[in-house]
Design a protein around this ligand. Structure first.
Ligand code: SF4
Length: 236
């Protein structure tokens, strides 16, 4: 069976499943070759809460780009205290980072889209490849309703860049479903949410969202392209 047949079969099985049932299916299917990527978003916090109910053996990893908000790192520290899970943190490669900053400056991302992609490549995409090295599949908190780039998201997809299966158990959820779960399960969230930060990445590349703007409008706000991604999920 090829990867696409497997993915089609998993999507069929997941059709009528809840997010928690999908996570159980993933644990059964991939066992120790499964990991969870957490950027500490509200959705990621929901996933971590569900994982803790299902299996303590699944590693949760975060990529610390070196430019995250203190509030985001504070939330990671809370998770480490609250859940009996392994939280692994990956950092950018030292040499690549030093070269980039020496050659392009510390705030290169404001200067051009190419520079911004270079920075996301060094600080996010390369560490992600290392984080996924010993896995067959990874879970993340993407939802279809988050942006245009995500509207045709399937629960199980082929992550072509990393040659893994990427799983989005919350693909069908709306923001109200996320918030309902958070309230019901007393899930911790980033305190920046109350200040209008609806999608939170690096501090230098995220601003609060204004009334009426879409959820991800505060990411790389100076770029004109509306469909922006870091390269973690789609090529930016
Ligand atoms: S979000 Fe900004 S600081 Fe973070 S990796 Fe991308 S360009 Fe660099």
């Amino acid at each position: 069976m090829n990867w696409q047949d497997k993915i089609n079969g998993l999507n069929k099985s997941a059709e009528d499943m809840t997010a928690e049932q999908i996570i159980r299916l993933c644990v059964k299917e991939f066992g120790g070759r499964l990991a969870v990527a957490s950027g500490l978003s509200e959705e990621d916090q929901v996933i971590v809460n569900m994982i803790a109910k299902v299996s303590a053996d699944i590693e949760v990893f975060t990529i610390d780009t070196g430019r995250l908000f203190q509030e985001t790192l504070g939330l990671l520290a809370k998770n480490q205290k609250r859940y009996p899970l392994t939280f692994k943190v990956y950092y950018p490669d030292n040499e690549a980072l030093e070269d980039m900053v020496r050659n392009h400056g510390i705030n290169l991302f404001y200067e051009s889209v190419a520079n911004r992609r270079l920075c996301c490549g060094v600080r996010i995409v390369e560490p992600l490849k290392r984080a996924l090295k010993d896995t067959d599949a990874w879970i993340c908190g993407l939802r279809r309703a988050q942006s245009l780039t995500r509207k045709s998201l399937e629960i199980f997809e082929l992550d072509e860049a990393n040659e893994k299966i990427k799983i989005s158990p919350l693909a069908r959820w709306e923001l109200k479903d996320v918030r309902r779960y958070i309230r019901k399960n007393k899930v911790d969230v980033n305190p920046l949410r109350k200040k209008g930060f609806l999608s939170i990445g690096c501090a230098c590349c995220t601003r609060a969202v204004k009334k009426g703007e879409e959820i991800r409008a505060g990411r790389w706000w100076w770029e004109e392209n509306k469909n922006k991604e870091s390269g973690m999920h789609y090529s930016a």
